[in-house]
Design a protein around this ligand. Structure first.
Ligand code: MF3
Ligand code: CO
Length: 247
């Protein structure tokens, strides 16, 4: 949907808070801290900004953040007993809700020193996929083009995009029309228009992107046990460019 100028301002405010959470959490990432410490800090910042966590309560999800380590792709639940280790690949997804609108963004990092060069490349490739899609996004472009850009770039590195979790429109709901695929599909999808707001969120994996959900009903992990990275920004579509509102 196309948002009004005042709705866009609410979305920008949510984006600002999400970005602040990511900036602050990044400073805390080091071996030995629990993923629940990151969750608690995120909550503090969000409430401190007079917003509320956007994911908490969403379809029964119990936390403000999703924290997915290594082979976990998305929707990892924070835990008091899960401690970051040197070389872990951590993906943090944060959502906010303020003034009737949502904010949503995810960032991936390596804890301390990377275990191998492959993880570093995976992270870089995921960021580049997101950035390339954002650079292409503007009014008149189809969402299908964004998926094609993402998949083509991932393939250049020899990585695979996760296909069963995708980006989305965002506004008064966290997940709205349109679906924003991370891969080339036969369906070109809708044409982007000025004032639309979408969350673009590629997830990349080594060797094969097959995945399944753990018994907790949330955490999505790679079938091959290989690491995965996830980067997401919310952007406003303008006539000639996409404005990133979560950085
Ligand atoms: N960025 C993720 C998404 O859009 C976060 C959703 S987490 C949930 O799917 F817990 F709210 F589901
Ligand atoms: Co999202």
């Amino acid at each position: 949907m196309v948002h009004t100028a005042s709705s866009l301002d609410c979305l920008r405010e949510n984006g600002r808070i999400v970005a602040k959470v990511h900036r602050e959490l990044k400073k805390l990432i080091k071996p030995g801290i629990s993923t629940m410490f990151l969750e608690d800090t995120a909550k503090e910042i969000i409430y401190g900004e007079r917003a509320v966590p956007g994911f908490l309560g969403y379809k029964g999800y119990g936390y403000a953040t999703c924290i997915s380590l290594n082979e976990e792709i998305v929707h990892g639940a924070p835990s008091h007993t899960r401690f970051l280790e040197e070389g872990d690949l951590i993906s943090i997804d944060v959502g906010t809700y303020l003034d009737g609108f949502f904010g949503d963004a995810a960032r991936s990092w390596i804890v301390g020193q990377p275990k191998n060069e492959e993880d570093v490349t995976l992270l870089r490739a995921t960021r580049e996929c997101l950035n390339r899609a954002i650079q292409r996004a503007k009014s008149g472009i189809t969402v299908g083009t964004l998926g094609e850009v993402i998949e083509r770039h991932a393939t250049k590195f020899g990585f695979y995009v996760v296909k069963n979790y995708i980006g989305h429109g965002i506004g008064r709901s966290l997940h709205m029309f349109p679906a924003v695929y991370n891969y080339k599909s036969d369906d070109e999808g809708i044409i982007l228009k000025e004032g639309m707001v979408i969350a673009i969120e590629p997830m990349l994996v080594l060797d094969c992107a097959d995945n399944y959900v753990l018994d907790n009903g949330w955490t999505v992990v790679t079938a091959n046990g290989k690491n995965s990275a996830h980067e997401e920004h919310t952007v406003v579509i303008h006539k000639d460019y996409a404005e990133i509102i979560t950085c």
